[in-house]
Design a protein around this ligand. Structure first.
Ligand SMILES: [Zn+2]
Length: 261
């Protein structure tokens, strides 16, 4: 085993759950400063309610999950260390039933629950900051250092880039969370089919998604092998339909692509 692999494995064990939560709280504040949040109480409450119903069924530590809606038209979602989940308005608008939208949230919850961010944090600290910094952070968990690490973490964009293995694991565990929470886990496959269709119709609306996730074809093939053939669970709700209709009455969403170019 190489020196760097050994250090990395050690670092994952050393970034505690409370470190992660402290860093995630600061990262969330940073993202909020940079992101237009959807200003609609009904939609935000709905998204948070679905998110918390799913999070109850997440494995791993009891993280303080939260759910925020970015007022962007593109289909995308991401998770910050220790609980904050962000989903774009475009993901809600593109879903055709509730199980598809819940599948997006369940995938992000799985990234948090599986501590994929702890690995990213370790990578980042080792690559950019060196072990002195890691030591300083760990000696001061929850203190001022967490804010510094969080700012660098958000600036690096690391939270948008998980490894392919982490993505596969989040797909599998996310579908499990979705099923245990009472939705049809096939919503996971359906939402990837929607992303494929959208790619043909309007490639810019899924650009961001494709830059940080494996191709949907591969994910669909893998999930089709693991999900039970017989479908069961909730697929839709009247509330989902009315929330989606409500989105259509709000001022249009902004574009992430226009902002980053
Ligand atoms: Zn992912």
């Amino acid at each position: 085993m190489s020196w760097s692999v050994t250090v990395l494995l050690l670092a994952i064990q050393l970034v505690s759950v409370s470190d992660e939560i402290a860093i995630g709280r600061h990262a969330h504040a940073e993202v909020r400063r940079q992101t237009p949040q959807l200003a609609d109480v009904a939609v935000n409450h709905y998204v948070a309610r679905i998110g918390h119903q799913l999070a109850i069924h997440a494995p791993g530590p009891r993280y303080p999950y939260s759910f925020s809606v970015a007022n962007y038209r593109e289909i995308n979602a991401f998770a910050l260390p220790g609980g904050p989940v962000w989903v774009n308005r475009g993901a809600l608008a593109s879903a055709r039933n509730e199980s598809q939208f819940a599948a997006v949230l369940a995938h992000e919850i799985a990234h948090v629950a599986l501590r994929h961010s702890a690995r990213q944090l370790s990578n980042m600290m080792i690559a950019n900051l060196g072990l002195n910094f890691l030591g300083a952070l760990l000696g001061n968990s929850g203190g001022a250092n967490a804010a510094g690490v969080a700012a660098r973490f958000v600036a690096s964009g690391a939270f948008l880039q998980f490894s392919r293995d982490d993505e596969r694991e989040a797909d599998r565990v996310g579908a499990g969370i979705l099923g245990r929470a009472g939705w049809d886990p096939h919503g996971t496959i359906e939402v990837m089919q929607i992303i494929r269709e959208q790619e043909r119709r309007d490639p810019t609306s899924v650009d961001v998604f494709f830059s940080n996730h494996p191709a949907p074809q591969e994910r669909i093939a893998r999930l089709s092998q693991t999900l039970p053939r017989i479908r069961k669970g909730r697929r839709n709700s009247i509330e989902f339909q009315s929330i989606r209709a409500r989105l259509g009455t709000l001022p249009p969403a902004s574009s992430m692509v226009a902002k980053t170019r």
